[in-house]
Design a protein around this ligand. Structure first.
Ligand SMILES: Cc1ncc(COP(=O)(O)O)c(C=O)c1O
Length: 370
């Protein structure tokens, strides 16, 4: 009965949304699902009990312990940050003192290029395959100690570097520091975090902005060997985590109903992603566009025809749908709600159908000349 009521509610929302052009935001890889008001109210009342006149705990011992426990590591292996972006800056800044080069994938999260340029660090690019996957044979030549940055799942392609291939690289280049950015790790099938027990040159970066759906909290952490974490700690400014973020992150790990909501939302997004990918691959072909499976909360569509891409861009803009264009000829679509995805898929299908019809008409016109 409950499922039926849910379905009716979704159907009603779908009708409403198809009628209106209410903004749909699918450009920042955020979760489309906010927390229930009752949960927000419970946490807000706990916030009111905190001492707002005091600095947060300097060491953040409780939170570090909770996180370390959740990933099977020790407190000494964890360093917290104000979002993973702040940690990316801190790690590259720290490593720039003793490495002369950075290896980054192409394509990747643009912040990496920006920070390397700011730090005046040379970078070599590891080019991914046309379908967005990693190709270990393309790994650039490394001649000096470097920092190797791997976003896995990759943003914007959604591909994961298999753990055995990461291990091959870690073993081949023990003099390099590997930073594996698992910002989208909760949507993937595997994590490299357990390799920290085995490789002291590995750092794994985590955020609460994507899989936990809490980008407003600005919270992330980096896990790694004691020696690397101690080194990074020397470059930390005090009190980067405020008491409110600390409280919410702690609640998300210890309050069962909060954890359940997070897990359910992750599963819902993964199902919607796979369903949307399937629907799109059914209409994709070499004249229109391609889409690859993703282990993230977004899909990357690569267009083979610019007029089709422009048509979709224009309709999205007219209908208030914001997506992102991280690389030429591509659209990256963050997975939204069922209703939002239904609207997006409908637009793409309509554009592709009318494109195919106009191509057929053009062929018939050409033939009729002969
Ligand atoms: C690959 C990757 N890493 C890190 C981040 C930064 O996330 P935050 O600073 O919100 O933790 C993003 C944000 O989109 C991302 O795509």
């Amino acid at each position: 009965m409950k499922t039926l009521a849910n379905l009716t509610a979704i159907e009603n929302q779908l009708h409403q949304l198809l009628e209106t052009d209410k903004p749909i935001k699918l450009n920042c890889n955020e979760s489309p699902f906010d927390l229930p008001q009752t949960l927000k109210d419970t946490i807000t009342s706990k916030m009111a009990e905190l001492s707002w006149n005091r600095y947060p705990d300097f060491q953040q011992t409780d939170l570090v312990e909770l996180l370390a426990h959740s990933v099977g590591l020790k407190n000494e292996n964890i360093l917290l940050g104000n979002g993973s972006s702040q940690l990316i800056q801190q790690i590259i800044n720290c490593c720039s003192k003793f490495v002369s080069e950075v290896i980054i994938e192409n394509p990747t999260f643009t912040l990496y290029h920006q920070i390397c340029q700011n730090e005046r660090l040379n970078y070599k690019e590891w080019h991914l395959n046309e379908n967005g996957s990693f190709c270990i044979e393309n790994f650039p030549t490394v001649s000096e100690p470097s920092i190797v940055i791997i976003t896995s799942p990759n943003n914007p392609t959604g591909a994961v570097l298999p753990k055995n291939e990461l291990e091959t690289l870690l073993q081949t280049y023990p003099e390099c520091i590997f930073l594996v950015d698992e910002a989208y790790g909760e949507f993937a099938n595997e994590s490299s975090i357990e390799l920290i027990h085995k490789y002291s040159n590995l750092l794994v970066l985590k955020t609460f902005s994507k899989g936990f759906g809490l980008p407003s909290m600005r919270f992330g952490y980096v896990a790694g060997s004691k020696i690397l974490i101690d080194l990074l700690r020397k470059h930390t400014i005090p009190f980067t985590i405020n008491v409110f973020s600390e409280l919410i992150v702690r609640e998300s790990l210890t309050n069962n109903s909060f954890s359940r909501i997070i897990k359910t939302n992750q599963e819902r997004i993964k199902n919607l992603r796979d369903f949307s990918c399937y629907e799109l691959s059914e209409i994709a072909d070499k004249t229109t566009f391609s889409v690859n499976t993703s282990q993230s909360n977004f899909l990357l569509l690569r267009f083979n025809d610019t007029s089709l891409l422009n048509e979709i861009k224009e309709i999205f803009a007219a209908k208030n749908i914001t997506v992102s264009f991280p690389i030429t000829d591509c659209i990256r679509i963050t997975i939204g709600t069922e209703v939002e995805m239904s609207k997006v898929l409908k637009i793409i299908k309509q554009c592709v159908n009318s494109f195919k019809v106009s191509c057929q008409e053009a062929i018939l016109n050409t033939l009729s000349v002969y």
